[in-house]
Design a protein around this ligand. Structure first.
Ligand code: HGY
Ligand code: MN
Ligand code: MN
Length: 398
């Protein structure tokens, strides 16, 4: 198995090392990853196409209905690990190699997909490619998304020679998908605790992103009396602590991982703080209650400092329960593997509302993800490739 060699061909693109990967949608790193994908497809004589929403597809067999689709994404969070996304794409190509070496002749087409902008690191909304494909995100909303420099998604696509006017639900692409199986590094330690190399996903927690904007008044840090300040950093800080408290109280998760301060001077009281809340829980009611309580805490804290606050939903993803039929079939093809829920979002979750979808997880001994410490042992990755090959063979040949 040439896992390490194939894996190595991606390593130098878009960062790596202690600083992690910075592979954001429609940037030069993303374009290099897309070129890598096309090269992998060409090496295997697989026809490659970019769909209306910027997702890349490589085909073994004639594209058409009933296809068994596998793959994941190649983009990363800022400072991301190597495995989240790329493991599913590399494993997909290698699983096809395994089947071909065995002389397997699929009765249905098999496709490898690289979904565009899964992490939403640049434009704020995750799973843009699969949300557009399935119609969960409207083309107008997508085109208007802006990055931190004010560049719209439409402008970024045009600069990368992609056509934003073509965005939208893609019946033709959806109709071809018979089933979708995404392989992914586990983003926790459950498989390690169970002593299992591979598992299947049972569910994805509902989750979403909310932008909290605190509007204050800029002033001099050295001359403005405390009583005269309208400092938006104060209610923001209280809201961070309140979010942690709500997560503990409701048994969910609440994180402020991104904050932008204007004007951003050490010696000036800020005029504005934008902060992004990521909130997740086992059920949708709990997510809604947590966000409501965190918003109320933000407003209370803002009132104490005569600061104005707005809370805007940027994305919201419902609970995903992967269908039993496909999950049980996959588990049976692998001789029975553990089924795990996850708090992480995935394109497979978005697709599951439209087509049969499932996920395979590969053990991550660090349990860490969205960090350079994310890891999977080569032996487990190889096991994952053979597992994926067995699943593809089962789905495409029987
Ligand atoms: O944010 C998520 O859950 C995913 O990793 N995109
Ligand atoms: Mn991720
Ligand atoms: Mn991922």
């Amino acid at each position: 198995m040439a896992f390490e060699r194939e894996w190595g061909t991606l390593a130098g693109i878009g960062g790596g090392g202690a600083g992690g990967y910075h592979r954001f949608a429609w940037t030069p790193a993303d374009l290099a990853l897309r070129a890598w994908f096309r090269e992998q497809a060409a090496r295997r004589d697989m026809a490659c196409e970019q769909d209306r929403n910027g997702n890349l597809w490589a085909w073994w067999g004639t594209p058409g209905p009933g296809a068994v689709v596998t793959g994941s994404h190649l983009d990363s969070v800022p400072g991301g690990g190597a495995f989240d996304g790329p493991l599913g794409v590399v494993s997909a190509f290698l699983a096809i190699d395994v089947l071909r070496e065995r002389g397997v002749e699929p009765a249905r087409p098999i496709a490898v997909v690289d979904f565009a902008d899964e992490e939403g690191a640049r434009f704020g909304v995750a799973c843009v490619g699969s949300r557009l494909l399935t119609g969960v995100l409207t083309p107008d909303d997508a085109r208007a998304l802006r990055d931190g420099d004010g560049v719209t998604l439409a402008e970024a696509m045009r600069a990368a020679d992609a056509d934003p006017d073509a965005l939208g639900r893609d019946e033709r692409a959806l109709e071809r998908i018979g089933s979708f199986v995404e392989m992914h590094v586990e983003q926790g330690r459950a498989l390690d605790d169970l002593g299992a190399r591979v598992g299947v996903a049972s569910a994805i927690w509902p989750h979403g992103r909310w932008r909290c904007t605190f509007h204050g008044v800029a002033d001099h840090a050295g001359t403005t009396r405390l009583a005269d300040r309208h400092d938006p950093m104060q209610p923001f800080a209280s809201t961070v602590l309140a979010a942690r408290g709500m997560a503990e109280r409701f048994g969910g998760l609440a994180t402020f991982g991104k904050v932008r301060v204007e004007p951003g001077a050490t010696n000036a009281i800020p005029s504005r703080v934008d902060a992004w809340l990521d909130c997740r829980a086992p059920d949708e009611t709990t997510v809604t209650r947590m966000v409501k309580e965190i918003g109320a805490a933000a407003r209370r804290a803002a009132g104490l400092h005569d600061v104005r606050v707005e809370v805007v939903t940027e994305s919201s993803t419902p609970l995903v329960e992967f269908g039993d039929a496909l999950r049980d079939r996959i588990s049976a093809a692998l001789g029975g593997v553990p089924a795990l829920p996850t708090g992480a979002g995935h394109d497979a979750g978005v697709l599951s509302a439209s087509v049969p979808a499932a996920m395979l997880f590969v053990r991550n001994p660090t349990g860490v993800s969205h960090s350079p410490a994310e890891h999977a042992e080569t032996g487990d990755c190889v096991t994952g490739v053979f597992a994926l090959a067995a699943v593809l063979e089962d789905l495409a040949c029987r």
